[in-house]
Design a protein around this ligand. Structure first.
Ligand SMILES: [Zn+2]
Length: 156
């Protein structure tokens, strides 16, 4: 396994320079940055909501051209969909509905990557949902894309 990819992280999927630096440090530590005991070490944004299964917060490295980019992080370490408790689905939808109301989302989308990070294009291999409201009324707006899968050239 390369230095950039371990069970918890895949630096090759990182986007921003400062994100890459933080992710390399996390890769060296070989622990999961989204597990609760480590989240506070790296994640600087406040927790907006906490349920039995999920934490909702703002992404530290929002995608370009987003008005809101939130993360809903599963509270237990899990990487596969089969590890999710079924009741977590219900709580996830409740939380997303509350966020839509509270932040007055006009529209957007959400996605959850899972499994092997070469397939998912996830940086952190711990189940989390990306909830995105694009900044669609901005003059320089370009559509927000969520990618899946890592191109061969980046697998170092
Ligand atoms: Zn974890």
């Amino acid at each position: 396994m390369s230095k950039n990819k371990n069970n918890f992280i895949n630096v090759n999927n990182s986007r921003e320079t400062d994100q890459i630096e933080v992710m390399k440090k996390i890769a060296d530590e070989a622990h999961c940055p989204f597990c609760e005991e480590n989240l506070r070490l790296y994640h600087k944004n406040p927790i907006l909501k906490e349920g039995e299964f999920w934490l909702a917060t703002k992404n530290q490295w929002p995608y370009k051209h987003t008005k809101h980019h939130m993360l809903l992080i599963y509270k237990k370490h899990a990487t596969k969909l089969s590890e999710l408790e079924s009741a977590a689905g219900s709580e996830l939808f409740s939380m997303i509905k509350e966020l839509e109301k509270e932040f007055k989302f006009e529209g957007g989308g959400f996605a959850m990557r899972f499994g092997d990070t070469d397939f998912s294009a996830g940086t952190v291999n711990h189940l989390h949902v990306q909830l995105v409201v694009p900044d669609a009324m901005a003059k320089d707006f370009e559509p927000v894309k969520i990618k899946l899968g890592l191109q061969w050239e980046r697998r170092i």
